[in-house]
Design a protein around this ligand. Structure first.
Ligand SMILES: *[C@@H]1O[C@H](CO)[C@@H](O)[C@H](O)[C@H]1NC(C)=O
Length: 175
């Protein structure tokens, strides 16, 4: 998921893959499950409530508001926060893990190398709570070896209930 000015929609492949559609052409389809808010500047819950076809929403941030799928940040504090949430009284159904850790759009550099990501996520693998399903990290570059290298480092492929795939195509068919 890239930080673009449009509101993007995420379709059900979500849980195996994510398709985003530019806001102009987007409408709620039967299969829509996620709404992605690309900014944090508005009241997400009230915006979300106006999208009857959608079942949950996310931003680039961590949070445990109703129907929110939190996104894990890429440092130790973020992992600690996630551990507290998934083991707390109100665990999220799903937790997105690292978002495009292989590419920082500001600097062009890798944010987390696979081994760094594997080390960072280790405490969460040990304390995953009981009610949360984890969505695998998603590389910006789908053809790179980042995710395989990460799995090789962490030996944690089975920990994840779903893959997340970033595909930028205007229609479901093309995706
Ligand atoms: C994505 O990864 C492939 C395989 O490593 C590489 O050949 C390609 O240049 C990468 N694409 C970008 C945009 O970095």
């Amino acid at each position: 998921m890239r930080f673009t000015p449009q509101v993007s929609l995420v379709l059900p492949m979500a849980i195996r893959g994510i398709l985003t559609i530019p806001g102009v052409t987007a409408h709620c389809s039967d299969g829509l499950v996620n709404v992605v808010f690309n900014s944090d500047s508005h009241d997400k819950e009230s915006q979300f409530s106006q999208m009857p076809g959608a079942s949950n929403w996310l931003t680039f941030a961590f949070g445990t508001q109703p129907k929110q799928i939190p996104m894990l940040g890429n440092d130790k504090d973020a992992v600690d926060k996630a551990i507290a949430a998934v083991n707390g009284p109100n665990p999220p159904d799903y937790l997105l893990t690292f978002n495009e850790p292989d590419h920082d759009y500001k600097t062009g550099k890798v944010i987390l190398h696979p081994k760094e990501a594997a080390d960072l996520i280790k405490p969460l693998l040990k304390s995953p709570g009981k009610n949360t399903k984890f969505i695998a990290p998603v590389p910006a570059n789908q053809t790179s070896s980042w995710l395989f290298d990460f799995y090789n480092e962490c030996k944690c492929r089975d920990f994840f209930a779903a893959h997340n795939v970033h595909i930028y195509r205007p229609t479901v068919e093309e995706a």
